[in-house]
Design a protein around this ligand. Structure first.
Ligand code: OGA
Ligand code: MN
Length: 271
């Protein structure tokens, strides 16, 4: 914690320098003071000032989004299920190394309240959300390789009295609802929309975004323990995202030690 505070203090200092430099150039002509940076501006850096500014509404980091007590409540609910699983290390082609994961649809009221706050902060009021919340537990040695979240995030069981059968007749795709008698469990695909919102538990970490078709354009996000991050639109579709491994976890020249990290991720459905 002390190390993180030092990093944040140093970063604030760096941000002040940047503002000073700005004031002496473009802002010098203004009569009033320069606009203050975002409160979380110190937690985002990138290949250029312009890129950080351009993605300002699409990349958000909100430090201290939850309290220590709320972090404990979430972990109390998640730990028993996670502990039953083993960390996966050996799938060399996986986007994630050293992880275990789960999905959860129903939560204790205290946790549901936290998730409602996440949803209110991240998604427009009328945005349909993916029902299950994704929980990803990264071992201290685990990391997430660069990837763009697939629009298809998986399959889910729903209870239906009918299933849609797709038939191709000539050039036409026809969907036919077919009764399956009593209520039956049917697998349907789940799609992920324009916004991804993640709560970060147990460890600070660095998320790196790199433009898919131009790797010179990148952002690094310092995600403090108990922060919320949100990726939207271009930042979600056109940039890969990754969580750096401990050895590479450095933000503006400062080491950010990576411990075991649990993320609780909410996604919306395509519009
Ligand atoms: C993912 C992912 C980020 C995180 O599961 O696709 O990128 O914060 N997770 O764990
Ligand atoms: Mn992802």
């Amino acid at each position: 914690m002390k190390a993180l505070l030092t990093v944040i203090k140093r970063i604030h200092r760096a941000a002040v320098c940047t503002r000073r430099q700005l004031r002496s150039s473009s802002c010098a002509r203004r009569s009033g003071p320069c606009p203050s940076p975002e409160p979380h501006g110190a937690l985002v850096t990138g290949s250029s000032w312009e890129l950080v500014q351009r993605l300002r509404t699409q990349v958000e980091v909100r430090p201290a989004f939850i309290t220590e007590e709320e972090e404990t409540a979430l972990l109390r609910e998640l730990e028993p299920g996670l502990r039953k699983k083993r960390y996966e290390f050996d799938h060399w082609d996986d986007a994630i190394h050293g992880y275990r994961e789960t999905e959860r649809v129903t939560w204790a009221p205290a946790c549901e309240e936290i998730l409602d706050r996440v949803r209110a902060a991240a998604f427009p009021a009328d945005s349909p959300l993916l029902g299950p919340v994704h929980v990803l537990d990264l071992d201290k040695a685990g990391y997430i390789k660069p990837h763009v979240d697939s629009v298809k995030v998986g399959w889910t069981h729903v209870l239906r009295r009918t299933v849609n059968i797709c038939l191709t007749i000539g050039n036409l795709d026809v969907r036919c609802p077919v009764a399956c008698g009593s209520l039956s469990s049917v697998l349907i695909p789940q799609f992920c929309g324009s916004t991804i919102a993640g709560l970060c538990l147990l460890s600070d970490s660095i998320m790196r975004l790199v433009k898919e078709d131009c790797s010179k354009e990148w952002l690094d996000l310092l995600l403090p323990r108990r922060s919320l991050y949100v990726l939207r639109d271009e930042a979600r579709y056109k940039f890969t995202h990754e969580i750096l491994k401990d050895e590479e976890s450095v933000f503006k020249g400062q080491k950010v030690p990576r411990q075991r990290r649990v993320s609780v991720i909410c996604r919306n459905l395509p519009a």
